[in-house]
Design a protein around this ligand. Structure first.
Ligand code: PLP
Length: 378
C-alpha cells in the first residue's frame, strides 16, 4: 500500500505531516519504511517517556492485554487503583480522575474548579490562564488557551476564561477578583514557545490564590512525569497546587490522562458528576504504572544533567530539563526538514526548535543528535 497517498486521501487534513513513515524503533532510535535510522529527539511529543518499545513497559502492557483489555469504569480494576495510589504517594495529592488525553485532564480540572466554587454557593466561575498558553483542542480547553490563532473558526467558545500576560503580577492581581475561581498555568509553556515562567511570578500567583481561596491548577501535560528533572515541574517552585493535570509521558506511549486533586477539591467530584468510558483503561494504566514507578531520583538527576548539557551546547535555549526550545535563524520547519534528511527527529514550538527526547536517551545518541541539529541549523 502507498501509505502516504492513502493517508492523504482518507485521513482528515488536520496534520501537515513530514514526509516520513516510521515503522519501528528501539529506545531513542526509530526506523522508516526504507530502513533508515533516526535519532529521536521528540519522543512522540514527550509521550514515549522511556523511548520506543521499552522492555519493562512492553511486559506490563502485554501481561495486562493477555488478562483483560477493558472493563469500563463500572467495575474496580487493579492497574487503575495501583496507579492512583502511586500518583498520590509521589505528589501528596489526594485523589485522581483518569481520562485519555491532556485536553480531557484539563476538562476535568476545569469542571472540578467550577464545581468547587459552585459548592461554595456559586457566583464564581471564571478561570485565569496565560497568554501563549496551550491547554488542548476541545472547545473549552481552546477557550482556556491564550493564543488568538487557535480561536479562529470555532466560536462561540465556553465563556469564563480570562488571559493575562505572563510575568505581569499587577495585571494578575487586578484580574483575580470577583468571579475568579481558579488560575491555570503551565510552569513551562510548551506549545507557546518553551517559555519558563519566572519564579517570582509563580510565587505571586500561588500567594494570590491562597489569600483569595482561588484554586491553583497546574497543567503538567507536557512538563510532567519527569520531563523537567522533577516528577512534576511545580516542584521546582516549591508551590502546592490544588489541581494538577497530566498526560503525554504518563502512559509511556499509550493514551492516558490524569487529574490529581488536592485536599480542597478531593471530594468535589461526586458520583455522576464526571466520567469516561476508557479513562484509566487497565492496559494504559498498567503501562503508566511501569513508567511512573521507575521515575526515581537517579533518573531525574540524569534528566537534569542531560538538560544542562543541551543548554551548554545551545546557550540561547529556553526551558527546563529535557524540555528545550532553541531559537533559530532559519525558519524552524526548514531546520526540522533538514534534520530529518540527516537522520534526526525534532519538533518546533512557535519559531523555535523544540526538543523533548526520551528521559532515557543514551548520552551518545543525545550528543550525536545535537551535533546533527547544529549542522541543520547552520
Ligand atoms: C499537549 C498538551 C495538551 C493537550 O494534550 P492532548 O493529549 O493532545 O489532548 C494540553 N496542555 C499542554 C500543556 C500540552 O502540552
Amino acid at each position: 500500500m502507498n501509505v502516504k497517498a492513502t493517508d492523504q486521501e482518507y485521513i482528515a487534513n488536520t496534520y501537515s505531516r513530514f514526509d516520513l513513515q516510521i515503522v519501528s524503533g528501539h529506545g531513542s532510535l526509530v526506523y522508516d519504511d526504507a530502513g533508515k535510522e533516526y535519532i529521536d529527539l521528540g519522543s512522540g511529543i514527550a509521550a514515549n517517556a522511556f523511548g520506543v518499545c521499552d522492555a519493562y513497559w512492553q511486559q506490563a502492557v502485554i501481561e495486562q492485554v493477555m488478562r483483560v483489555q477493558h472493563t469500563s469504569n463500572l467495575y474496580y480494576t487493579e492497574p487503575q487503583a495501583r496507579l492512583a495510589k502511586l500518583l498520590c504517594e509521589k505528589t501528596g495529592m489526594k485523589k485522581v480522575f483518569f481520562s485519555n488525553s491532556g485536553a480531557e485532564s484539563n476538562e476535568c480540572a476545569i469542571k472540578a474548579a467550577r464545581k468547587y466554587a459552585s459548592d461554595q454557593g456559586g457566583g464564581r466561575d471564571t478561570i485565569i490562564t496565560l497568554k501563549q498558553s496551550f491547554h488542548g483542542r476541545t472547545i473549552t480547553t481552546l477557550s482556556a488557551t491564550g493564543q488568538e490563532h487557535f480561536h479562529h473558526h470555532f466560536g462561540p467558545f465556553t465563556p469564563g476564561f480570562v488571559h493575562v500576560t505572563p510575568g505581569d503580577v499587577e495585571e494578575l492581581r487586578a484580574a483575580a477578583s470577583g468571579r475568579v475561581c481558579a488560575i491555570m498555568l503551565e510552569m513551562v509553556q510548551g506549545e507557546g514557545g518553551v517559555n519558563l515562567l519566572d519564579a517570582d511570578y509563580v510565587h505571586a500567583c500561588a500567594d494570590i490564590c491562597e489569600k483569595n481561596d482561588i484554586l491553583l491548577i497546574v497543567d503538567e501535560v507536557q512538563t510532567g512525569n519527569g520531563r523537567t528533572g522533577k516528577l512534576y515541574a511545580y516542584e521546582h517552585f516549591g508551590i502546592h497546587p490544588d489541581i494538577v493535570s497530566t498526560a503525554k509521558g504518563l502512559g509511556g506511549g499509550l493514551p492516558i490522562g490524569a487529574t490529581l486533586l488536592g485536599e480542597k477539591v478531593k471530594n468535589t467530584l461526586t458520583a455522576g458528576t464526571h466520567g469516561s468510558t476508557f479513562g484509566g483503561n487497565p492496559v494504559c494504566a498498567a503501562g503508566a504504572y511501569s513508567i511512573l514507578s521507575r521515575i526515581d531520583e537517579a533518573l531525574l538527576s540524569e534528566v537534569a544533567k542531560k538538560g544542562e548539557y543541551i543548554f551548554s551546547q545551545f546557550p540561547e535555549a529556553t526551558g527546563l530539563g529535557l524540555m528545550v526550545g532553541i531559537p533559530t535563524q532559519k525558519p524552524a520547519g526548514e531546520v526540522v526538514r533538514a534534520a530529518i534528511e540527516k537522520g534526526v527527529l525534532c519538533l518546533t514550538a512557535k519559531d523555535k526548535i523544540r526538543l523533548l527526547p526520551a528521559l532515557t536517551i543514551p548520552w551518545e545518541q543525545l550528543k550525536a543528535g545535537l551535533a546533527v541539529l547544529k549542522e541543520a541549523m547552520a
